[in-house]
Ligand binder design. Structure first.
Ligand code: NDP
Ligand code: AKG
Length: 488
């Protein structure tokens, strides 16, 4: 176990052992719902710690890739079973570290278990095709080989699901892993790695190093022995990682921001559309790359939709996410809170009309955490900053349009293209939307957030590096195809 009970200090996992950083320095992880109760302390690691982890992963890779896919999958099945036993504890830790409500964290942990099982099964599925050769006496086929050492850089907003949906395919396809979790949620990550440890993975196959992104994350992207980098997080950091990897010929995969629209067509079921808008925009306190942030409403239905949206948003209970009756938890960190408040102020200054919320909550118990009211702007035009930039907080912009065509034009008028949804009963409209919307994830009569683990996930435009994660699509990133020509 990595936890020292008296001091709550968590360590790195390198070459099958829990190790302190050579820096002998630690970072305190706080609870955004109540900053007076730290969750624990993690290692503030150095380049030397990272070096040891990459060396361990490099040394382990030949033996790991020589196992059958089915044998590698068995390790994942065992990790899934252990995670299942520890699910409640890990969900609680995730809630304490990043502030999403306990039911959401439980759901995410169950999703992590399902992802592990899905990729465990991948070990038994096909790895190539037989392709007819033009030479009648030859046999031609494709096979897939692992990249080698893969660096996993994960964000804090899905501290269980995202690391697992990156590590599980990396491992089952034969790669070894060095994982750098987000500092805000590193203890959840460490507990997940404890499950992998208990599943008996050979030493060096999985390594975890905590510490500053600018040291450990950047060091992973630059390391010549890391052949693949998979990243989810901000656009600025992602682009830097992409450029670094490109420069040295490593493979990279980036999942970044979104500015996801929902279109409420004139024939929408208002009740359904309002519930999905609230869930899509405010669940996880708006901190999902798939969160709804622009609500594009046809004029004929605008007033009825707006009224119901305000009425239902007012019912949202805000507080410490561990409490059962709380629907909306805090924002994950002081930096994210300031970012969100900055965008709310920008919206006011650029002339959008604040019709609900907009305030930080600081009275009573709220004083100890990073709380902001769910916030709705109207009279938003598409050129405004709040209609263009990712806010990553519980803020939505209402945009009134005159037609379905205008709605799609507005929806596409951003640099991002992750997810998008429409509420309509008209088949022609939804087909047009699915065809013309520039987004990797299209949702009809469903909220913009919500990803199924067995389906490809990723964005268009600046939301991603155009690769896809999850489902069978993950194979494209975590392996290289070899074409084999055999002459008889
Ligand atoms: N697409 C998504 O799901 C997410 C989008 N975001 C967007 O990004 C904004 C900022 O969030 P933030 O947490 O700062 O996102 P970052 O991109 O800074 O963090 C994501 C991960 O990258 C690491 N990292 C930070 N700097 C570097 C670097 N120079 N090289 C390599 N890795 C690095 C972080 O480590 P460390 O934690 O130690 O800094 C973390 O593990 C949010 O407001 C939101 O708009 C954020 C999270 C998820
Ligand atoms: O909506 C989801 O379930 C996944 C969202 C996601 O990947 C993210 O916010 O980073």
């Amino acid at each position: 176990m990595s936890m020292n009970v008296t001091t709550n200090v968590y360590r790195n996992f390198i070459n099958g052992e829990w190790q302190e950083s050579k820096s002998a320095e630690q970072i305190t992880v706080i609870n955004p719902a109540d900053t007076s109760t730290p969750v624990g302390r993690i290692q503030s690691s150095t380049a030397a710690d990272l070096e040891a982890a990459v060396e361990a992963a490099d040394a382990a890779r030949k033996e790991w890739r020589s196992l059958s896919g089915a044998a590698r999958g068995d390790f994942l099945y065992r990790a899934a079973a252990i995670l299942e036993e520890r699910a409640e504890e890990i969900a609680e830790t995730a809630t304490k570290e990043m502030g999403k409500t306990l039911p959401e964290a439980r759901g995410e942990t169950q999703r992590g278990i399902a992802i592990l099982k899905f990729y465990a099964g991948e070990g038994m599925r096909k790895t190539g095709d037989v392709i007819p050769s033009t030479d009648a006496s030859a046999f031609m086929y494709t096979t897939r080989v692992p990249l080698g050492v893969v660096g996993v850089i994960a964000p804090w907003n899905f501290p269980v699901a995202i690391p697992i949906w990156k590590m599980a395919p990396a491992l089952v396809y034969g790669n070894t892993v060095v994982f750098k979790p987000a500092s805000e949620t590193a203890i959840t990550a460490i507990k997940i790695i404890e499950c992998f440890e208990a599943a008996g993975f050979p030493k060096g196959v999985i390594n975890l190093v905590t510490g500053a992104g600018s040291v450990i994350g950047k060091g992973l992207a630059e390391h010549p022995k890391v052949q693949g980098i998979t990243f989810t997080g901000s656009n600025n950091v992602g682009k830097g990682i992409g450029l670094t990897a490109l420069e040295r010929g490593a493979k990279y995969q980036l999942e970044m921001g979104g500015k996801n629209p929902v279109i409420i067509a004139a024939d929408a079921d208002i009740e359904q559309a309002v519930d999905a808008t609230i869930s899509g925009a405010f669940r996880s306190t708006g901190q999902k790359c798939t969160a709804t942030s622009r609500v594009i409403v046809e004029a004929s239905i605008y007033d009825a939709f707006r009224e119901k949206l305000i009425e239902k948003t007012k019912d949202i209970t805000i507080g410490n996410s561990l409490e059962q009756e709380v629907w909306l938890g805090p924002i994950a960190s002081e930096a994210q809170l300031q970012n969100c408040l900055h965008y709310i102020q920008t919206g006011i200054e650029e002339g959008a009309k604040l019709i609900l919320g907009g305030e930080q909550l600081t009275d009573g118990d709220y004083e100890k955490g990073f709380y902001v009211q769910p916030t709705i702007f109207e009279d938003v035009t598409t050129d405004m900053v709040i209609a263009q930039e990712e806010i990553f907080g519980p803020v939505i912009a209402l945009i009134k349009v005159d037609s379905e065509e205008q709605a799609i034009d507005v929806a596409n008028d951003v640099k991002f293209g992750l997810s998008a949804s429409i509420f309509t009963k008209n088949i022609g409209r939804f087909l047009q939307f699915a065809e013309e919307m520039e987004a990797g994830l299209i949702r009809v009569n469903a909220e913009s957030a919500g990803v199924e683990l067995q389906a490809p996930f990723g964005g268009m435009k600046q939301s991603s590096s155009h690769s896809r994660e999850q489902g069978e699509a993950a194979k494209e990133f975590f392996t290289s195809i070899k074409t084999v020509f055999v002459k008889g």
